[in-house]
Design a protein around this ligand. Structure first.
Ligand SMILES: C[S@@+](CC[C@H](N)C(=O)[O-])C[C@H]1O[C@@H](n2cnc3c(N)ncnc32)[C@H](O)[C@@H]1O
Length: 178
């Protein structure tokens, strides 16, 4: 004999549909958040370890009155660390959720939602980068050479930047000057 469908059964079905829809949307957002930056020509997401950020900022000799940019600032690990030594810290992030987390994490920094390739960097003293594809760094190197002032220090975590010379290397941290 067929079981009678009760209103509780319907409620359970609706809840299940809702849960599946929410999970699908979250998965779509997660996948999108990885590929959106790549579509703009940037890297996907992985954070610089805090210890490495501190080491890189020490190596680049970050001063209180410097203007520092993290181009593609992710969730703001470098911004938060840099804000301890510097009063003018700016981050650009294209992915809204990471931008929001960076804004909450690095309250003393200016965190901009946008495309790093469209950002004016003419006032930069220090530029931090963790963009992990060679072609991305080549494009950023062109932008830096065209737009940054002479004497701007550039620090790249994990990946060297072809086209900027000379560099000082310690392990996976690379330092350049324009
Ligand atoms: C490898 S993560 C590094 C994050 C952060 N700089 C750090 O070191 O912790 C690269 C970040 O760059 C962002 N990104 C990629 N392309 C971008 C673009 N065109 N404009 C702004 N941000 C971009 C990604 O969304 C990602 O959060």
């Amino acid at each position: 004999m067929d079981r009678v469908v009760t209103s509780d059964d319907r409620k359970h079905e609706i809840m299940l549909d809702l849960l599946v829809t929410i999970l699908a949307l979250m998965a779509a957002y997660y996948v999108g958040s990885i590929f959106l930056p790549m579509l703009t020509g940037g890297a996907g997401y992985s954070p610089t370890p805090r210890r490495k950020a501190r080491e890189a900022l020490e190596m680049v000799g970050l001063r209180r009155d410097d203007v520092l940019y993290d181009l593609g600032c992710g969730t703001g690990v470098v911004l938060a660390e840099a804000s301890r030594y510097c009063d003018n810290v700016k981050g650009i992030e294209i992915e809204p959720l990471r931008w929001l987390v960076a804004k909450m994490r690095a309250r003393d920094a200016e965190v901009i939602l946008g495309d790093l390739f469209r950002q004016d960097i003419s006032d930069a003293d220090v530029i931090f980068l963790f963009q992990y594809e060679v072609r991305v760094n080549e494009r950023i190197a062109r932008k830096i050479k065209e737009e940054a002032r002479s004497g701007t220090r550039v620090v790249s975590y994990l990946h060297p930047i072809e086209g900027l010379q000379p560099y000082v290397r310690r392990g996976d941290i690379f330092i350049y000057t324009t």
